[in-house]
Design a protein around this ligand. Structure first.
Ligand code: ADE
Length: 232
């Protein structure tokens, strides 16, 4: 998996890339590369944004700047680029990131993530350069960087080598293995603490009973959960 992130704050990702599970996938051949549109702007003074037409607070990332940055990186017109590669703009109003979408993205060989800042993107970036717009929730962050990290974290941990145990990502919350339900509860030593006992079945060594108990707990959690409106 190769992920390019277009951001005005590439240094934010240094910490992220250094975290163990991310460093593990990067060491096994995946790549996370940062492109700063400021390095490619055709405008003077390293300008990348401008005031919105029609007035209003904040600044908007310019379409000509993103055009130049994408061309510098890929050597083709960004309008064609999105036919060849998944180009994703991060924005609060986009398609909600969930486990199904994460699986879909984890199956891609390459991703390009565009982080907006301030008031976001000139809409022509979204219309003409991005194939998808993805949101991590219906709230507004000060930019797309944290959303891009959330997306990268969720995608990269699905890849071989990210987690210590090969099965760790298969049977976790919202996975197909759990029928889309949240994960069952986990317990570890001590088996009793302040009178709180771990469920006996987990100490029994009966694998089938343990599996059935977990499935049931998972179903219960799923039934009690407000999943919100169906994703469109
Ligand atoms: N940029 C700002 N807020 C965001 C959000 N909630 N999701 C994705 N990108 C964003």
């Amino acid at each position: 998996m190769k992920i390019d992130v277009f951001t005005l704050f590439p240094e934010w990702f240094e910490w992220f890339a250094a975290q163990r599970h991310v460093a593990n996938v990067l060491a096994s051949g995946s790549r996370l590369e940062l492109v700063n549109p400021r390095d490619h702007t055709p405008l003077s003074g390293r300008q990348v944004d401008d005031t919105p037409f029609g007035g209003g607070a904040g600044m908007v990332l310019r379409v000509d700047v993103l055009d130049a940055a994408l061309r510098a990186r890929y050597g083709i017109d960004p309008v064609q680029l999105r036919e060849r590669r998944r180009v994703i703009a991060l924005a609060p109003g986009g398609r909600m990131l969930d486990d199904e979408l994460v699986d879909e993205l984890a199956a891609e060989p390459e991703l390009t993530l565009l982080c907006g800042r301030y008031e976001g993107f000139d809409e022509r970036i979204v219309e003409h350069f991005a194939g998808d717009v993805i949101s991590i929730g219906r709230y507004v962050l000060s930019g797309g960087e944290l959303a891009a990290m959330v997306l990268c974290d969720a995608v990269l941990r699905k890849l071989p080598g990210a987690l210590g145990h090969a099965d760790s990502a298969a049977e976790e919350s919202f996975s197909a293995a759990l029928g889309g339900d949240p994960e069952y509860p986990h317990y570890t030593r001590p088996a009793e603490y302040r009178g709180w006992r771990v469920p006996e079945v987990l100490l029994s060594g009966h694998h089938e009973q343990i599996a059935a108990w977990r499935r049931e707990r998972s179903r219960e959690r799923g039934a009690g959960e407000d999943r919100g409106p169906a994703a469109s």
